[in-house]
Design a protein around this ligand. Structure first.
Ligand code: 6AU
Length: 452
């Protein structure tokens, strides 16, 4: 069998590792970049790699092989062909909590499955895969990894009881390349310094980027919201809780460039008309933001349906998003149909709220099941597929005299991994709302980038 070093040198020629300055998904500036996908284009190297990976597993019992999509799929396939151990395929599609099958292939509950990964960094994608494979009743004990970037992923998985067999660590790779004059002394020092100083990424629960979140979305409204966030570099929703429609229109015009959505409480507008909505929609289209009605429905499905479609406000005709409590159960949410994005109230920002841990976890469970729910209002972390909307955000106040409790954008991004901040008085109550919106936009985006 080929030795590891020879294999690495041949693979290096395919461009699987590059040196220079690369901005990683996490925002970290890295002196090297690894991409093992080109290996799949060399049958010879892929076959050699499968032998090397199988050799690490020679003392382990396993009945199935599963690659983490996509880069490890050809590796897992090659291992399966060489060892005659059956392959199963994990889908990459969003965890849709529905009936969608996540594992394809023939397997029985209780079988031991070895996982194959190309590069381990934080261990996040492996943990997600393990969860899904275990959910199907399979047992995961051993994981084979081609390259450990030495950023804490291996340790994280081992702390959870998994055995991670790595073919190379990045330090091995650097040493081999240096010994064969592919790297000079100063490059080696730079890379080793980087490995020493940096880069243990936040492991406990790394937050997803908007790009990653976008891939998990199935609803057109949640996709649109994230797309706007990315294109305008803002995660700000302005809550324009004022009484006069002319004032709302003026504010929407002033702050439209800084936001992803305007949130209304239609029932506090004293002169609400269809024409007001018409004008607001025009501004929304021109400035590229969505309309969010914070109706907080909280009744049986039949009543909610009438409140949503009828009355003065005819919310269903114009709102891109609405809020709803989940107090009346799953079916009460289905009445909103598929076009409008529903944001459920899982946890409130006010002092003494009854939305305790038990309520919140049940609200999240229901929200994860209903297809028109795109996320929740909450003051803590959510499962990654749901969008988190956090109100109670203010840069200068800590609360009001009516029970509201405020946090800063930095706090809600770092502690809750929020996706969208909702700011009311901080903007419409400011002397200069346009400037205030710009400030919240900047602070929100900065906090997002910092906590990615
Ligand atoms: O920044 P504020 O306090 O002036 O405004 C916050 C906005 C208000 C509240 O009705 C709403 O956010 N809100 C919500 C939402 C959005 O559902 C839930 C909650 O728990 N707290 C809260 O303030 O329009």
């Amino acid at each position: 069998m080929i030795n590891k070093e020879k294999f690495l040198l041949k693979s290096y020629e395919l461009g699987i590792i590059k040196f220079g300055e690369f901005t990683l998904k996490s925002g970290i500036l890295s002196p090297f970049y690894v991409d093992l996908r080109p290996l799949a284009s060399s049958p010879e190297l892929l076959s050699e790699l499968s032998q090397l990976l199988l050799a690490m597993l020679k003392d382990c019992r396993h009945e199935l092989i599963c690659g983490v999509p996509y880069a490890a799929l050809p590796m897992a396939t090659a291992m399966s062909l060489a060892s005659k151990v059956p392959l199963i395929i994990k889908r990459k599609e969003s965890k849709n909590y529905g009936t969608k099958k996540m594992l394809e292939g023939i397997f029985k509950e209780g079988q031991r499955c070895v996982l194959v990964e190309d590069v381990i960094t934080s261990g996040k994608s492996l943990l997600e895969t393990i969860e899904e494979v275990e959910k199907e009743g399979l047992k995961v004990k051993d994981i084979v990894v081609v390259l450990d970037r030495q950023q804490g992923g291996k340790e994280l998985l081992e702390s959870k009881g998994y055995h991670v067999h790595t073919l190379f660590s990045i330090e091995n790779v650097i040493d081999i390349l240096y010994n064969h004059d592919f790297l000079n002394q100063s490059q080696v020092v730079k890379i080793k310094d980087f490995l020493k100083e940096k880069p243990t990424v936040q492991l406990s629960a790394p937050r997803l980027t908007y790009e990653e979140k976008l891939k998990l979305q199935n609803h057109s409204v949640s996709k649109k919201l994230i797309e706007i966030a990315l294109s305008k570099k803002t995660n700000l929703i302005a809550s324009l809780d004022t009484h006069k429609s002319a004032e709302i229109l003026k504010l929407a015009h002033q702050i439209g460039d800084s936001i992803v959505a305007v949130k209304l409480h239609s029932d506090i507008i004293s002169d609400f008309t269809e024409n007001f909505i018409h004008e607001l929609k025009e501004i929304a289209a021109a400035k590229n933001f969505l309309l969010f009605e914070d109706r907080k429905f909280g009744d049986i499905g039949n009543t909610q349906h009438m409140q949503f479609t009828g009355g003065i406000y005819k919310i269903s005709e114009w709102a891109d998003l609405i809020t709803s409590h989940v107090i009346a159960g799953e079916e009460s949410l289905q009445v909103f149909g598929e076009k409008t994005g529903v944001v459920t109230i899982a946890e409130m920002s006010s002092k003494g709220t009854l939305t305790d841990e038990n309520y919140k976890s049940k609200a999240i469970e229901i929200s994860s099941k209903v297809s028109n729910v795109i996320g929740c209002v909450a003051q803590s972390k959510l499962p990654s597929a749901l969008l988190l909307f956090t109100p109670g955000v203010n840069l200068t106040e800590s609360g009001d005299s009516k029970g509201q409790q405020f946090n800063t954008p930095e706090k809600v991004f770092s502690d809750y991994h929020t996706d969208f901040i909702i700011v009311g008085r901080g903007i419409y109550g400011a002397k200069n709302p346009e400037e205030a919106a710009k400030k919240y936009k900047e602070e929100g985006w900065k906090a997002y980038l910092k906590n990615c």
